[in-house]
Write a protein that binds this ligand. Structure first.
Ligand SMILES: [Zn+2]
Length: 329
């Protein structure tokens, strides 16, 4: 018998198990929160895992934190190769500012940092600024911005090992007297360098956070309530990217658990809470993976369900494989 999927609202006969917290962020023993009663159809489930969860795991700061906090072993490390949202740079001299890429090394049996193809130029404060190989400015542009390109040792190149390619690139960019002078091999010295990671948060990150929040709500409230048109805006956003004229997902740098400091050490795990908003008719959820950045998600702006007490919150502990109920304030 066909049933309606809670995300695409289509009548379907093929449904999959859908984990409230993506499985790549841990499992939580026997009472793991899963939607497995014909809520999420196979097509929606596949879209979520391929389009939303893959980049969440491989290309987000939360995804990286899993390795740091031993939720995943370094052997399982994978990063996206295209359209990356993480920008990684070495954080210590003598390589400070060098663009790097994290990779798992079979030989070292751990994640190591490899410099990407790039060139660094000495700025007017005698500090090297780096440009990816495809984004190197012309000599003229660099000089206009105060770079000292004619000085000996004022250029550094990483990640390109072919002298011919280097000379060609620099001739193209209008460097008349450019000359390569030997190589430094950073491979052995960069492995243990500390990195600074920046994430350019994109729409898919917002969608996957919204999906986690809506999954959680469906898990507690059941499918019937969630099929109501009160949730059309959030489901259409998660599934099809349709945005209303107000923000649905807002990232905040604020701890969800009120007894935790905003900066500094937080408990390692994931948190989801749901509550009525101050207006009394909207439903707002908060999601934080790895207890890093928290996202506030508007699940509905006008919902009958707010007449009941909908406050709820859980802490997902992937280390001890348990889910703890929170007292939501
Ligand atoms: Zn569906």
């Amino acid at each position: 018998m066909n049933e309606k999927c809670v995300y695409c609202l289509k009548e379907k006969n093929s449904f999959n198990r859908e984990h409230v917290i993506p499985q790549s962020f841990g499992t939580f023993g026997s009472n793991t929160f899963v939607l497995n009663h014909n809520e999420v159809c196979s097509a929606c489930n596949e879209y979520f895992s391929k389009d939303l969860e893959l980049s969440l795991g491989r290309d987000s700061i939360e995804g990286r934190l899993r390795f740091k906090e031993n939720i995943k072993s370094e052997e399982e490390f994978k990063a996206l190769t295209k359209n990356k949202r993480l920008i990684e740079k070495a954080h210590e001299e003598p390589f400070k500012g060098v663009y790097i890429e994290a990779r798992y090394s079979e030989q070292l049996q751990r994640i190591e940092a490899i410099p990407l193809p790039q060139a660094g130029f000495l700025n007017k404060d005698n500090i090297f600024d780096y440009f990816l190989w495809s984004e190197i400015p012309t000599n003229e542009e660099l000089v206009a911005r105060g770079y000292q390109t004619d000085k000996k040792g004022s250029t550094r190149i990483f990640g390109v090992f072919d002298f011919e390619e280097i000379n060609k690139k620099f001739a193209e960019k209008g460097f008349k007297y450019f000359k390569t002078e030997g190589m430094i091999d950073p491979d052995s010295t960069m492995t243990d360098i500390s990195c600074e990671i920046t994430e350019c948060i994109g729409e898919n990150k917002f969608k996957v956070m919204a999906k986690i929040a809506f999954n959680y709500f469906i898990y507690f409230k059941g499918k019937a309530i969630c099929l109501s048109k009160d949730f059309d805006v959030i489901r259409n956003y998660i599934r099809y990217g349709n945005k209303p004229n107000y923000p649905l997902v807002i990232p905040k740098d604020k701890a969800i658990l009120s007894d935790e400091p905003i900066a500094g050490m937080r408990r390692s795990g994931h948190i989801i809470t749901v509550n009525k908003a101050l207006d009394g008719i909207s439903i707002v959820a908060q999601v934080s993976l790895m207890n890093y950045l928290s996202y506030s998600i508007c699940l509905s702006r006008n919902c009958q369900e707010t007449k009941n007490d909908i406050r709820r919150g859980h802490f997902f502990d992937p280390h001890n494989k348990q889910i703890l109920e929170l007292e939501v304030r």
